[in-house]
Design a protein around this ligand. Structure first.
Ligand code: SF4
Length: 397
């Protein structure tokens, strides 16, 4: 029997075929490195020269503006790392820079990631005054033992304080939790998730703990000292997540993201609907259209090397790849199938120049991994979401 929650509603931010233009800015520093993290984040024991970094962000922005041409920005995302280690003046300078280079209408979504340990009211008020209107908090767990295991610098009391402050100061707020932790039972997760939902406003990001190569957890896992839930247990935790969030009016609109309809992250929707975005800062990626072509950009990951490169040549890009139609079609599929609304088939056909392979599509349909929405869209079922990578690989060729 399929116990997965049915797909109940599409996003209330409809896919109009114009996925928007986002600006992503990466702050690459953290107060400590979490043992599961493979993001581009670095710990520095000396103060970071924020003025110098700000000047470099602004300089790289100029290059990205030349590449993108004039655009209307539909969202900004300050990610990391821990952007809430930035001074409010740094955030203000970055946002002013964006509005000088592109058209930035009032009221667009401006999100900042923050860690509960780096939060205090004056900083939050400063970010709000600078223009940030949505905060995404890295809460990760609601019990102290697991927060310690995850290497977090905050405890539950700090997290709750940060959530309360964020709710008071920002019009929109989301927080992240990591589940499928060692020995976590479905019952424990259900209780924690219900508690989280009671603190949430209208958006939650719920990620399964994954063991990434090169992290301390990877070494422990390989040595048999860290056991994570197996496939069946992970699937049970995932199913419980879908069921509980849907029951509370925050269904998944993407594999790991849950929102009340209309409260989805516009910025992330731009990624998943395969829109353009400028990626600024160390290790940032971007996608910029040039006519019918798309350029994939990637910048140098090491912060100080990136800084010197920007100062010398105006940008820290180490890669600019022109994506062919097939590659764009694959990326569109990879991104779009993450979404509950699925992928726009006409757009995929236009890029790939073909229909989905009928035999493969039929097999996936028969096994209940995908479904058609009318003739125009294709999406993963909840069951298909569990094996998303395999579904995409099957459809892409
Ligand atoms: S705070 Fe976030 S970005 Fe920084 S090390 Fe931890 S998980 Fe990675």
């Amino acid at each position: 029997m399929n116990t997965l929650a049915p797909i109940v509603a599409d996003t209330l931010l409809p896919d109009t075929g114009e996925p928007g233009f986002g600006v992503y800015v990466h702050w690459p520093f953290c107060a400590a490195k979490c043992p599961y993290c493979d993001f581009n984040s670095h710990v520095r024991h000396q103060p970071v020269d924020q003025e110098r970094f700000t000047a470099a962000f602004l300089k790289e922005m100029e290059t990205m503006r030349r590449m993108s041409g004039p655009k209307t920005v539909t969202s900004v995302f300050l990610g990391g790392g821990t952007p809430s280690l930035m001074d409010p003046a740094t955030v203000e300078a970055i946002l002013n820079g964006i509005s000088r280079h592109w058209h930035m209408p009032d009221g667009i979504e401006i999100t900042m990631e923050a860690n509960p340990s780096s939060v205090e009211a004056t900083r939050f008020r400063g970010y709000r005054a600078a223009g940030v209107n949505r905060v995404s908090l890295g809460v990760q767990a609601l019990n102290d033992a697991d927060l310690k295991f995850l290497g977090r610098l905050h405890d539950v009391a700090d997290a709750l304080k940060a959530i309360k402050l964020a709710r008071d100061i920002f019009p929109r707020m989301s927080f992240d939790l990591i589940y499928a932790r060692p020995r976590q039972t479905v019952e424990e997760w259900e209780a924690e998730l219900a508690q989280a939902i009671s603190y949430a406003v209208d958006h939650l990001s719920l990620y399964q703990l994954t063991i990434e190569e090169g992290t301390p957890f990877y070494g422990l896992h390989k040595a048999g000292k860290l056991i994570v839930p197996d496939g069946d247990q992970s699937a049970a935790l995932y199913e419980a997540t879908q069921e509980i969030t849907a029951r509370h009016g925050m269904p998944a609109y993407e594999v790991s993201n849950h929102a009340q309809p209309g409260a989805e992250s516009r910025h992330n929707l731009t990624y998943w609907r395969y829109g353009d975005y400028a990626g600024i800062g160390p290790g940032a990626h971007g996608r910029l259209s040039r006519g019918s072509q798309k350029i994939a950009t990637a910048t140098e990951r090491r912060p100080e090397t990136w800084l010197e490169q920007v100062e010398a040549q105006g940008h820290g890009m180490v890669d600019q790849e022109l994506l062919g139609y097939d590659e764009q079609a694959d990326e569109l599929l990879l991104m779009g199938l993450r979404l509950r609304e699925g992928v726009d088939l006409a757009r995929w056909q236009q890029l790939s120049g073909r229909d989905p392979n009928p035999d493969r599509e039929q097999t996936l349909l028969e096994h209940g991994f995908i479904e058609r929405i009318g003739n125009s869209r294709l999406r993963c079922t909840p069951k298909g979401m569990l094996i998303l990578d395999a579904v995409v690989a099957d459809l892409a060729f």
